[in-house]
Ligand binder design. Structure first.
Ligand SMILES: [Zn+2]
Length: 191
C-alpha cells in the first residue's frame, strides 16, 4: 500500500509539472473506470497498477462506494467549462477534504513528495480525492487553463487530463476525434 501523490520514484520525474501531469492522468483514468456501472476492485486495481502503484494495494470492495462518490466530484472538475469554474470546484473540494501539506517518502520507498491526505495509510477514497485535487490544482496554476476536460463526443464523455501545449483538447483520444470528424462530414454532405 505505497501511494505517492506528486513526485515519482525516478530522478527524471522530479519536475513538478511532469509529476502533476502523471497524477492528473491517473485521476482521469480512475474517474473513468469508477463511474462505470460495473466497476469492481479488479478494474480499479488494474488502473492503479498501470499508474505505478505497488502491490499489495490493500483495496477491498468496501473502498469502492467512497471512491465512486469521489469520482463523481472529480468528474465535475473535469467537466468545468472555464478555468475559474474548475478553480472554484477544486477550492471547494480542497477546503472540505485536504489536510495541511506534508512531505513523505513512505518509509524510504519513494522520493520526498507532497501529500494532502491525513496520513500515508488514509482510505483510498481520501487519497483519490486529495491527490487528484492537488495535481489538478498544480496543473491549473502552472498553465492558467482548465487542467482537463470531458470528451466532446456525446457517445463518450470520458474525462481526460489536458497537460499538453497548444490548443485545448476537445476529445479524449484520436479515435473519438476521428469518429466525430467523420460524423460531422456526413452531416454536412448534401443529400
Ligand atoms: Zn472520447
Amino acid at each position: 500500500m505505497r501511494r505517492y501523490t506528486v513526485g515519482m520514484s525516478y530522478a527524471n520525474e522530479f519536475l513538478p509539472g511532469r509529476s502533476a501531469r502523471a497524477a492528473a492522468e491517473r485521476a482521469a483514468d480512475l474517474v473513468e473506470v469508477l463511474l462505470r456501472e460495473s466497476a469492481d476492485t479488479a478494474d480499479i486495481a488494474r488502473v492503479l497498477l498501470a499508474h505505478g502503484e505497488n502491490e499489495p494495494l490493500g483495496l477491498t470492495a468496501a473502498d469502492v462506494p467512497e471512491m465512486r462518490e469521489v469520482a463523481g466530484a472529480l468528474y465535475d472538475v473535469f467537466a468545468a467549462a472555464t478555468t475559474g469554474a474548475a478553480a472554484d470546484r477544486l477550492n471547494e473540494l480542497l477546503a472540505r477534504h485536504a489536510h495541511p501539506p506534508r512531505l513523505t517518502t513512505h518509509g524510504g520507498e519513494h522520493a520526498w513528495h507532497l501529500h494532502v491526505d491525513s496520513r500515508d495509510d488514509a482510505p483510498w477514497g481520501e487519497w483519490l480525492l486529495t491527490s487528484s485535487c492537488l495535481a489538478l490544482a498544480v496543473l491549473l496554476a502552472d498553465r492558467q487553463r482548465p487542467p482537463g476536460g470531458v470528451c466532446a463526443s456525446p457517445a463518450c464523455r470520458r474525462p481526460f487530463a489536458d497537460a499538453g501545449g497548444g490548443s485545448p483538447r476537445r476529445y479524449c483520444s484520436t479515435r473519438c476525434a476521428t469518429r466525430e470528424r467523420v460524423a460531422a462530414h456526413r452531416r454536412a454532405r448534401p443529400r
